[in-house]
Write a protein that binds this ligand. Sequence first.
Ligand code: FES
Length: 195
Amino acid sequence: MWDYSDKVMDYFRNPRNMGELKDANGIGKVGSMACGDVMYLYLKIDPKTEVIEKATFKTFGCASAIASASILTEMVIGKKIDEALKITNKDIVEALGGLPQAKFHCSVMGSEALEAAVNDYRGIKPEEKEELEGKLVCKCFAVTDKLIEKVVRENHLTTVEEVTAFTKAGGACGSCKEEIKEIIDRVNSHPCCQI
Ligand code: FES
C-alpha cells in the first residue's frame, strides 16, 4: 500500500471535475493503455479572454493519477492559459501534500495533459507537436528528450532512477538508460539551464 497524503486520498475518493466536457475546445490526451496510464484533460477556454472557464478530466490509472488530474482541474479554472501553463508537476505534487516518489510520473502526466490540451486549443497539429515535444528516447513509455530535460531541470534530478520515477522512462527494458544519463549530465552541466 502506498503512503498517500490525506489530500491524495480525498481527491481519489471524491474526485472533483471528473468526466467528459461536452463543450470543450481544448482536449489533451497523454499516456496510453499499453503503458498503464491514460489521462484526458478537457478545457473550455473563452477565446476572447483566453481564461479557462471549465476543466474536467478522465483517467485510467492509480489513485495518484486521479488525484493529480482532479486537483489540476481546480488549479487551472479561472486562469488565463499562459498563466495555467506555468503550473509544473512540482506545483501539482505540492498541492496534493506530496506523492510517493514512484508516483511522481502522475503529476508529470498532469502537466503534459495541460500542455496537450492548450496545443489542441491553439490548433497545433500532431506533427508540429512532435517537433515541439522532441526526439523519442524511451520507446517503452513514449518519453521524449524534451520531457526528460524539463523534469530534470524543474525538479533538480541527478539520477536515472529519479527520471524513471518522474516519467517511467527507463523502467522497462532499460535500453534508454544511457541516453537518459547523457541528458541529465547535459542539463546539469549547463548552469543557465537550471531554474
Ligand atoms: S526504451 Fe526505455 S525502458 Fe525500454
